[in-house]
Ligand binder design. Structure first.
Ligand code: GLU
Length: 487
């Protein structure tokens, strides 16, 4: 962990002779509930930016609001980041373990007259707010303690508030939103340190971003309205503020605020639905960023190479599950056969399809890979590769009911029993036999597929037959012919 009130030494790197400080970003979640897709997007942006620039990514847990602390969420955050492959270089730092640092720095601002103690009771503040509302005024602290509160001592419970400038504006540049300006008079003398000794988000966030040497603050734009407070705190300490990057909101496909209704469940659920980490990272990166060309399907390495601030767009990102599913399909297709086989093996074992040879499984995934949206789809779509006891889909029943079916299937079995076993040779033999048996097109292909797989659709038939193997194919054709006879 970094030394207490020491600023992180800026890491100098050499680029073309000029020393530049290393870019440092952070992910600073509050452990107040499930990590959701918005948090994951923020983490992905901050991580990609750091990795693109060869910088550092820091994990900081902002656990200063004890009333909202949710047991297990720190683990959930770390598990989510690990699953996504967002490794952090430092941390996790816990703000709850740094209370002394915040207290000392708050006291420093009190001594310098830039912050003040406030003894107003919660009851008084509530009453003040009611009166402001009744009078149609904006609510906010009326600054009663700003000029001193006679009769009170620092030993009594109190908070420390920041003394905002009373006039003028606070201006800052955001890389996504441009230059923004806020009127100081409209900003509260916000609390920095609460009566329980814990800092508020505003204060601890600024202190830590400074002490941890964060150069780029990446966070969702719901925090934009807090940023002028942060900028004033930096000024009060005489610290240089970091650069700000506030990507726009994520909306549902109907352009309303993203919610459960749009399938935006907790991030943990996404990790359990069968998405590949690289596909989800690709999807998150495209939620408000574009590589500037037409690319959509990008590997982790391609994302790292292309991701930078200018590509972050200044309009809301649309969360589209269909696009995520599509990206998952593309990423499954990009996996080498051996790797895909390795990943589906445990899913198949779980369903009782154990003892599969690696070579066989590789040939199955080679045939099936274009048809999988999720890895676990293989269990349902390709079960006939793993057992003879598959079910025949009801809707294909007509292929066995047709009066010539038994004879046709026996004819194909005879034709294949001594066929050279490659998809091209199988195809040639089937077509030749089909001609003799007076069948072509669908009437040729569908009954064979149904007989050997129990399905009416599937991958290339001849490649599937090749993978199934001659004995199994001939046996299944004859078995289906028997079934057809009793129809
Ligand atoms: N703790 C804040 C959150 O939960 C961090 C916001 C920021 O990145 O400054 O999102």
């Amino acid at each position: 962990m970094r030394g207490r009130a020491q600023r992180a030494p800026s890491r100098a790197g050499q680029t073309g002779g000029a020393a530049v400080s290393t870019l440092r970003t952070r992910f600073a979640p509050s452990p107040t509930g499930s990590m959701h897709i918005g948090n994951a997007r923020t983490a992905a942006f901050a991580w990609l930016l750091a990795r693109h620039h060869g910088g550092q990514f820091i994990l900081r847990i902002e656990d200063t609001d004890r009333t909202r602390y949710v047991e297990g969420s720190v683990e959930e955050i770390q598990d989510g980041l690990k699953w996504l492959g967002l490794d952090w270089d430092e941390g996790p730092f816990f703000q709850s373990q740094r209370l002394e640092i915040y207290r000392e720095l708050a006291e420093q601002l009190v001594r310098e007259g830039k912050a003040y103690r406030c003894w107003c009771s919660p009851e008084r503040l509530a009453q003040m707010r009611e009166e402001q509302k009744a009078a149609g005024l904006p609510t906010g602290y009326d600054r009663r303690c700003r000029e001193g509160a006679p009769g009170h001592t620092p030993g009594e419970p109190h908070v420390i508030r920041f003394a905002m400038p009373l006039d003028g504006v606070t201006e800052f540049h955001d890389h996504v939103r441009g230059t923004l300006s806020f009127e100081n008079a409209l900003i509260d003398d916000f609390v920095m340190l609460k009566a329980d000794g814990f800092p508020t988000y505003q204060f601890a966030n600024v202190v830590d971003d400074h002490l941890m040497g964060i150069t780029h603050v990446v966070r969702s734009d719901e925090w934009l309205s807090s940023t002028p407070k942060h900028v004033q705190l930096y000024a009060a300490f005489g610290w240089e503020p970091p650069q700000f990057v506030h990507p726009a909101l994520i909306l549902g496909p109907d352009r309303s605020k993203l919610s459960k209704r749009h399938g935006a469940v907790s991030f943990r659920e996404f990790t359990q639905m069968g998405y590949l980490p690289d596909a989800l990272l690709n999807f998150l990166a495209l939620l408000g960023w574009s590589p500037g060309d037409n690319r959509e399907v990008m590997t982790r390495q391609e994302l790292i190479e292309a991701f930078d601030i200018p590509g972050i767009v200044n309009h809301p990102a649309i969360f589209d599950r269909q696009k995520l599913d599509w990206l998952n399909r593309q990423h499954i297709r990009m996996l080498p056969d051996g790797e895909l086989a390795r990943r589906v093996k445990p899913l198949l074992e779980e369903k009782g399809f154990g003892g599969l040879q690696d070579g066989y499984l590789e040939s199955v995934v080679r045939v099936m890979k274009d048809r999988l949206t999720f890895l676990h789809d293989i269990v349902e779509l390709a079960c006939y590769f793993f057992t003879d006891e598959f079910e025949y889909e009801e809707k294909g029943g007509k292929w066995l009911q047709d009066p010539g079916a038994a004879q046709f299937l026996e004819g194909i079995a005879d034709a294949l029993k001594d066929c050279e076993w490659s998809d091209a040779a199988i195809e040639a033999r089937v077509r030749e036999a089909g001609e003799k048996l007076g069948r072509e097109g669908g009437a040729l292909i569908h009954p064979i597929r149904y007989a050997c797989t129990g399905k009416t659709v599937g991958p290339s038939l001849f490649a599937a037959l090749e993978t199934l193997g001659r004995d199994r194919v001939v046996r299944r054709l004859r078995r289906a012919a028997d079934l057809a006879r009793v129809q």
